[in-house]
Ligand binder design. Structure first.
Ligand code: PLP
Length: 391
């Protein structure tokens, strides 16, 4: 018999998974060309050719498939630390990094390392829904903090949310699902709030979309603002490698209890059952620490989709990064709006999956042609709700 906890999880279901299944059914019934799937953050962008060639070469190297230290290869961590320091003017060393099974692995490793049951994790809304499960994995309570009308951090709300029970703050910039990128001033203001807390509050910056930013947005490093901080990074999006499960956790060189912290992180990586991050892909990212896919692909997609939204009369939060568009539902019940969208072959995720009401998320990491072809469908949906329509 499965545990009560898992039974509860199964009955809860996942909105995104439900969309995925609905999409498969719709494709079968209506044909691929009549379904416009904006539900999943699975990059349609191909890997750089250097990467695919290197994967082939590496897979033949003697010893490449063996176990290694639980923290990951030291030379790979040195290469990544050097690249990070060059970009962000920091002083990371190899021992400040643990190679992890994606950003998800990094988040779980850090929470396992610092959380005592009953501790609180605060997170601004909307947030990546898996954080709730990661909190439960370690017996923590997730406290959701409201943001302002543009989904930017609300410093008063954040200050009020920090209590004696707060152990961790998780922020995610560029943000899934809003595309908001925090400015250096915002990072500095958050750091001030955490510094004022009477006890140590750790700050995790979850950054799988770090390389995907647009226009004038600038990605700053929290390491330059707050000492008790860690960065969870992933190559899932920057190199279009989500299935290969490769990322890292970096800790501030001067984090509290640094020696114990570093040893505990490595132990957590092992005892959570990850043991180590995938060997071949560690080697790969060590060879190309700063490489990314052609992220202008996402900017072109964003602009295409914004054009469609504007012509159809939808309102949205203009994304500064990541590859998601957060659109206002024209009715309060966003789930009903998503259901109606399916009549037009459109798949999108209701914002309740991210802890806020009244919006839908469109993932535009898709083939540009699908965005172009979807305009008719969005037009039909907009007309069904009496929106302004084509100007
Ligand atoms: N954090 C956020 C905000 C994400 O959107 C995702 C994946 O979509 C993750 C973490 C997990 O990333 P990874 O594939 O590296 O585990």
């Amino acid at each position: 018999m499965i545990s009560r906890y898992m039974k509860e999880k199964l009955s809860g279901g996942s909105v995104i998974r439900a969309m995925f299944e609905a999409g498969a059914k719709m494709r079968k019934e209506r044909g691929d060309e009549n379904v416009f799937d904006f539900s999943l953050g699975n990059p349609a962008l191909e890997l750089p050719s250097e990467i695919t060639e290197a994967v082939k070469r590496l897979s033949d190297e003697p010893g490449i498939h063996a176990y290694m230290p639980n923290a990951g290869y030291a030379d790979v961590r040195t290469a990544i630390a050097t690249d990070y320091n060059r970009r962000f003017d920091t002083k990371l060393m190899a021992e400040d990094l643990v190679m992890t099974v994606g950003a998800a692995g990094a988040l779980n490793v850090f929470l396992k390392t610092v959380i005592n049951p009953g501790d609180e994790i605060i997170v601004p809304a909307p947030y990546f829904v898996e954080y709730g499960f990661y909190a439960e994995n370690v017996g923590a309570i997730l406290r959701v903090v409201p943001t302002d009308a543009n989904f930017r951090p609300d410093m008063d709300a954040l200050r009020a949310a920090v209590t004696s029970k707060t152990k961790v703050l998780i922020t995610n910039s560029p943000n899934n699902p809003t595309g908001v990128v925090y400015t250096a001033d915002e990072l500095s203001a958050i750091a001030e709030i955490l510094t004022d807390a009477p006890h140590t509050v750790y700050w995790i910056s979850d950054e799988p979309y770090r390389e995907i930013i647009y226009d004038d947005a600038v990605q700053a490093s929290i390491f330059n603002y707050y000492r008790n901080s860690v960065v969870a990074y992933s190559y899932s999006k920057s190199l279009s490698l989500p299935g290969e499960r490769i990322g890292y956790l970096a800790v501030h060189p001067d984090i509290d209890d640094g020696d114990d912290m570093r040893r505990a992180l490595v132990t957590a990586n092992r005892i959570l059952g990850f043991v180590n991050a995938p060997a071949l892909f560690q080697r790969l990212v060590g060879m190309y620490p700063g490489m990314t896919c052609d992220t202008t692909f996402y900017k072109r997609n964003r602009d295409l989709l914004l054009g469609v939204m504007d012509r159809c009369g939808f309102h949205y939060t203009r994304p500064e990064g990541a590859f998601y568009l957060f659109v206002d539902a024209p009715v309060p019940d966003e789930a009903a709006f998503c259901a109606r969208a399916m009549d037009f072959g459109l798949l999108m995720v209701p914002s309740s999956a991210f802890g806020v009401p009244g919006r839908v998320r469109l993932a535009y990491c898709v083939a540009p042609d699908m965005i172009r072809r979807s305009e008719q469908a969005f037009w039909g949906l907009a007309s069904a709700y009496g929106l302004a329509g084509r100007q």
